[in-house]
Each structure stands twice: as structure tokens, then as C-alpha cells.
Design a protein around this ligand. Structure first.
Ligand SMILES: *Cc1c(COP(=O)(O)O)cnc(C)c1O
Length: 490
């Protein structure tokens, strides 16, 4: 077997060809028209392979990937739900996919209508006045939303509001976005049940506070029942409420962030509204605002005139542009197809089913795994590692062992509230049989931890690559064939 380290990609044989350019189109005469300075001196170093070699290479690579379409993916906070294939068909339609972003609005009315309708649908679902679809991801939405927050305070001459309150259970992007937006992060503590400690919040609320960032349900999967009280306190202090919409899934069609008192929010279309993600993209993080913040949204907007025509508008008080053109249109199309195929009636079934699945797993496993926060959760929950810690088997070991059994690992070591966090989010799209299999495997791993702990600590044993040097991969990434070759040949 060729090992991964020894150039698994080396398929090239000198002189082998997959394709010949038609000679007529590139007659030698034509070549003379290219200035000599622009001609290559040496042939490019491309692999010389047949078409079949290329097909097999990429097909085999794709089989080494894990995705929702190949197996169960209980990654907490990420809402890895199934993306119905009709969404892919719709987004691939050439009537949409082949448009050019510089086309005149009169020639792309259908695309603009879709964009406009999606803005409206998200506003209805979230209880906010207006949405922009421009941001490329949740984190980008956070940055955009915080820029809206800052623009709002500055437009009122309230320049000393530079602090953003973030709970200690927050996703890492929250404080990071606040820093990038030029704001200062102040942490608010959580109570033992994972909810924001209102008594800890009160003294933080003064005239330097720009706002608070929250997600509800929070990252331990619990609904913040004191949200109306929190909204009242923050508003009375002159601050705004930002809703991290990554956990919107359990509330779809049931409860709206706008009604809870939030002024600004983002939605991760690539989580809540299906559309595939993982591996870094593509995503879409629409941002919605309450009535009094409409003018601050970034440019451009898609609007409708009295004649029913759609047009691209540039508002003068806007904070400027935060993306090229209108954002990631393909992701929006998938989300729109998803919303329409569920409809108003069925979208309200998503949350209860996701919630039922999460509680089923939680209750089935709490004899073997430590449940730090008891009670009914929403769409996800957190275990604090194995109950029996005497074997030395950690959450990392359990996560890696799951790979041996063909499951993706849950989110681990987040939230930071616990030392051995395992965050599990089943989503609504899994059958009871799949959940039962997952539960059985996690019980089995707990048993192995007691009986053969060394085997669990050495996991994964059956995957294509074993334990990876994740820090090394982040610090010295090898992203091209040439770099791999150089790293092996030295
Ligand atoms: C995923 C996530 C984000 C960031 O969203 P991206 O689309 O990955 O940038 C923020 N907050 C929470 C709670 C998340 O789960």
C-alpha cells in the first residue's frame, strides 16, 4: 500500500495525456501574436495522466471524506442537517447559476425576486424589520451586526459605548467579532444551569455598554428563560441586544428573536436552513435588524418599487459594503428552496423533532456520560466526558473512537464551561434507528474504556489517517501537490 506520506498523488507518467487541444484553434500563426514576454519558458509542471486516472483520483478522494450524505454527523452547535437534493437541483439551474453579477437589473428580475423574498421570509421567521443577505458566514454576520450596533450609537453622538457583554458560554466567534469591530469584550458569568447570571449582569450595565451578544437557546442547549428581563435591563441602560442565530433551529416558526427583544441578529443559512457546509464554506450569514436600525445595514439592498420591479439600492446612511455584489447567491437559493418546501405549516415541526432527538440521546446515555446540566434541553446538550474518569479515557479519546465505528465525532472541548465537553446535536433529520445505533456505540465505548482503555486511547485505529497533528496542520499547512512533494523530498 502506498502510504499517505509517500506521495499518494504521484500518478504522473511522462508523455501520458488526457486531452489534446484542437490544433485548428491554436495554429502556430496565432501563437506568434502572443508577446514573447508572456510566453512560458518552461512547460508547466502538471501531472501527466489520463482522463480515467483523474476520475479515479478525485472519486477516491471524495470517498475519503465524511459528510452528512455518508454518515451520522452529531456535531454540536453546527446543525449538520440533511440537505435535500432538490435544493441542489434548484441552485444549479442555469437560469440562476449562469447569471453575471454585473447584468442590468431588468435582465435578472427572477434572481432579485428570490433574493427579496428570502429577505422577507427571514424577517417573518425572526420577527425583525429588515434583512441583508450580504455577509458570507455567521462570523461575518456578527461583525456586520456589531458594526450596525456601533454605527447606531455613533449616529446619536453616543461615542463612549465601546463595550460588548458576552457570556462565558459564548462561541469563540462572538468575542473575536467584537474585537475586530473595535469593541471591548466584557464577560458575564453563567449560573450552574448554564443560563446568564442576571445578578452578575446588572453591575456591568452602564453608559459605556454598546450591547450584549447572546444565543438562545445558549450553547449548553438551554433556553434562557429570563430573556425578557435581560432585554429590559440592557435597553434601559441604552444598549442593544445581538442574537447569535446559530441556535435558531429549535425555535423555527415557534418563537422569534425579535419578540424576545433582540435588535440585531444573524442567521447561519448553512446551518438552520440546510445547505451543505463543513470544510470552511460556502456559507451565508444574513443579518436582520429592528425598525430603528434599518438605515445602518450594509450596501447593496434589493428592493421593490411600486410597479413591482426589483432593483438594487445603495442607502446613504449604510455602513458601506461588506461583501462583493450581493453575497453567496447559491447558498441563498438552497435556503429559499428549503423554506418553500417546508412551508409555514411544517417549519414549526423542525424544532420539536430536533429537540426530541437531543433529549432521547441525552437520557439514553446519562448513566455512562456525565450530564452536568440536568433537565429538558433544546436541540443540543453537553456531556462533561465519561462518568467514570478513573480509566483516564478522555473526551478526545471517545471522539476518536467514534470514528472507528463510522460516526463523525461531536463537538468537543466546547463550551469552555466544562473540562471535558462533548456537545451533541442530532438535528431533526435522523431516524430513531440511527440514534439507537449511535447510543449503542457510545455505550460500547464506555464499556471499552473500563475494560480495554489503552485501545480507546489509541483510537482511531481504522481510519485512513490516524491521530493528526492539528496544531502542525494549522501552523504549517501543506495545501498543494508541489508543497507536499517538497516536504517529502526535503
Ligand atoms: C457556527 C457558529 C457561529 C459562527 O458561524 P460561522 O457560519 O461558522 O461563521 C457562531 N456562533 C455559534 C453558536 C455557532 O455555532
Amino acid at each position: 500500500m502506498k502510504t499517505y506520506d509517500k506521495l499518494i498523488f504521484e500518478l504522473s507518467k511522462p508523455g501520458r495525456k488526457g486531452y489534446d487541444l484542437p490544433k485548428d484553434n491554436f495554429a502556430t500563426d496565432g501563437m506568434k501574436e502572443i508577446p514573447a514576454t508572456l510566453l512560458r519558458e518552461k512547460a508547466p509542471e502538471l501531472p501527466e495522466v489520463t482522463e480515467l486516472d483523474v476520475v479515479r483520483h478525485y472519486t477516491n478522494l471524495s470517498n475519503k471524506n465524511f459528510g452528512v450524505d455518508t454518515g451520522y454527523y452529531p456535531l454540536g452547535s453546527c446543525t449538520m442537517k440533511y440537505n435535500p437534493k432538490i435544493n441542489e437541483e434548484v441552485s444549479a439551474m442555469p437560469q440562476f447559476a449562469a447569471l453575471h453579477p454585473l447584468q442590468d437589473a431588468s435582465t435578472v428580475q427572477g434572481a432579485l425576486e428570490l433574493y427579496y423574498n428570502l429577505q422577507q421570509a427571514l424577517a417573518n421567521i425572526s420577527g425583525l424589520a429588515e434583512f441583508t443577505l450580504n455577509p458570507y458566514a455567521g462570523a461575518h454576520g456578527e461583525l456586520t451586526g456589531l458594526m450596525v450596533m456601533r454605527s447606531y450609537h455613533m449616529s446619536r453622538g453616543d461615542n463612549k459605548r465601546t463595550k460588548v457583554i458576552v457570556p462565558n458560554t459564548a462561541h469563540g466567534t462572538n468575542p473575536a467579532s467584537a474585537m475586530v469591530a473595535g469593541l471591548e469584550v466584557v464577560e458575564v458569568k453563567s449560573k450552574p444551569n448554564g443560563s446568564i447570571d442576571v445578578e452578575d449582569l446588572k453591575p456591568l450595565l452602564d453608559d459605556t455598554v454598546a450591547g450584549i451578544m447572546m444565543t438562545n437557546p445558549n450553547t449548553v442547549g438551554m433556553f434562557e428563560t429570563e430573556i425578557l428581563e435581560i432585554a429590559k435591563l440592557v435597553h434601559e441602560a441604552g444598549g442593544l441586544l445581538y442574537y447569535d442565530g446559530a441556535n435558531l433551529n429549535p425555535l423555527l416558526g415557534k418563537v422569534r428573536p425579535g419578540d424576545m427583544g433582540f435588535d440585531i441578529m444573524h442567521i447561519n443559512l448553512h446551518k438552520t436552513f440546510s445547505t451543505p457546509h463543513g470544510g470552511g464554506g460556502p456559507g451565508s450569514g444574513p443579518v436582520g435588524v429592528a425598525e430603528h436600525l434599518r438605515g445602518f445595514l450594509p450596501n447593496p439592498h434589493v428592493r421593490k418599487n411600486e410597479k413591482g420591479e426589483f432593483y438594487v439600492d445603495f442607502g446613504k446612511d449604510s455602513l458601506g459594503s461588506i461583501s462583493t455584489f450581493l453575497g453567496n447567491f447559491g447558498v441563498m437559493m438552497r435556503a429559499y428552496a428549503y423554506i418553500l418546501s417546508l412551508g409555514k405549516e411544517n417549519i414549526r415541526n423542525v424544532g420539536p423533532m430536533a429537540t426530541l432527538n437531543a433529549n432521547y440521546i441525552k437520557e439514553s446515555l446519562k448513566d455512562d456520560y456525565l450530564l452536568p446540566i440536568d433537565g429538558v434541553c433544546k436541540h443540543e446538550f453537553v456531556f462533561d466526558g465519561l462518568k467514570d474518569k478513573s480509566t483516564g479515557v478522555t473526551t478526545l479519546n471517545v471522539a476518536k473512537r467514534l470514528l472507528d465505528y463510522g460516526f463523525h465525532a461531536p463537538t468537543i472541548y466546547f463550551p469552555l464551561l466544562f473540562h471535558e465537553s462533548m456537545m451533541i446535536e442530532p438535528t431533526e433529520t435522523e431516524s430513531k434507528e440511527t440514534l439507537d445505533e449511535f447510543i449503542e456505540v457510545l455505550h460500547k465505548i464506555a464499556k471499552e474504556a473500563r475494560e480495554i482503555p489503552e485501545e480507546v486511547k489509541n483510537a482511531p485505529l481504522t481510519t485512513i489517517v490516524r491521530k493528526l497533528d492539528e496544531t502542525g496542520a494549522a501552523k504549517n499547512p501543506i495545501l498543494t501537490y508541489r508543497a507536499l512533494k517538497e516536504s517529502v523530498e526535503g
